[in-house]
Design a protein around this ligand. Sequence first.
Ligand SMILES: [Zn+2]
Length: 170
Amino acid sequence: MNKFPKRYFLTLIWTFHTNLIVWSISYLLFGLILSCKHFWTGLVLQFQIDKDYLLKFKNKKFTGLNLGHTVIIVSRKANKDGIDTSIEKHEHGHAEQWEGNCLFSFLIASVVFSISIFVGNLNAFLYFILFVWFFGGYVIYFCRSVQAWIRGENIYSGNADEESMRAQFK
Ligand SMILES: [Zn+2]
């Protein structure tokens, strides 16, 4: 959070719309309903949950989850405020990948938006533009899982984003 703050906050241009949705829903669920401890590090809102089972999926237990600029960590794996455990570094690293993914989808959405305005038929592409603009950042992660599956690897551990995070923070 101390690196290039100006450039960091510039990323809000292509992430703010998605952030508004995910921050609101996660704050409602984890902040208000489940009363989880939470704090901000730069643009990322982190929640610490005591209920481990919330991050269980198909018998696989996750200790952290990244939703873009929202990170959820099980309390026993988060030490104190700030990013100081390996799982926190892992999930906050995903936030950086997501920002890059969002920039790509923002550019794609902008190009299609401009073309559809130019040809005078915004309605035909509106839902496509909105989907790419809001959720493109997540779709790219999903595609890396599909790619892992095609290679015959595990869709989670073979995902190139996960491999990158494991290589950085073991
Ligand atoms: Zn991960």
